[in-house]
Design a protein around this ligand. Structure first.
Ligand SMILES: [Zn+2]
Length: 101
């Protein structure tokens, strides 16, 4: 016996406390890593351009978008708007709908 002063019951009690403490420490560790690593979310952006006047517009990707697709008329000159780029952006926190700046 390592601790001659302790009887079996005290030893069992101490082991139980130790087990509970290690479980709590494990949970705290798990929670801290969860809060440190905030999952980054991606938002897919479709970029459109008007060839004659170089007017650009961005919006959230919509199903059926592809590079070269005609999306409508340019609000500046009335020319044709064409999708020229589709890419994803990392967003911190909750993904928000694209806001024009
Ligand atoms: Zn234009």
């Amino acid at each position: 016996m390592l601790f001659p002063l302790l009887n079996d019951l005290t030893l069992q009690f101490l082991l139980t406390i130790l087990l509970i403490l290690s479980i709590i420490a494990f949970l705290i560790f798990q929670l801290s890593t969860y809060f440190k690593k905030k999952p980054q979310k991606e938002v897919v952006i479709t970029q459109m351009k008007c060839k004659p006047c170089n007017y650009e517009e961005k919006r959230n990707f919509q199903q059926g978008d592809y590079v070269g697709k005609k999306t409508g008329k340019c609000p500046e000159c009335g020319g044709e708007m064409i999708i020229y780029s589709i890419y994803s952006e990392l967003v911190k926190g909750k993904p928000k709908p694209y806001v024009k700046t």
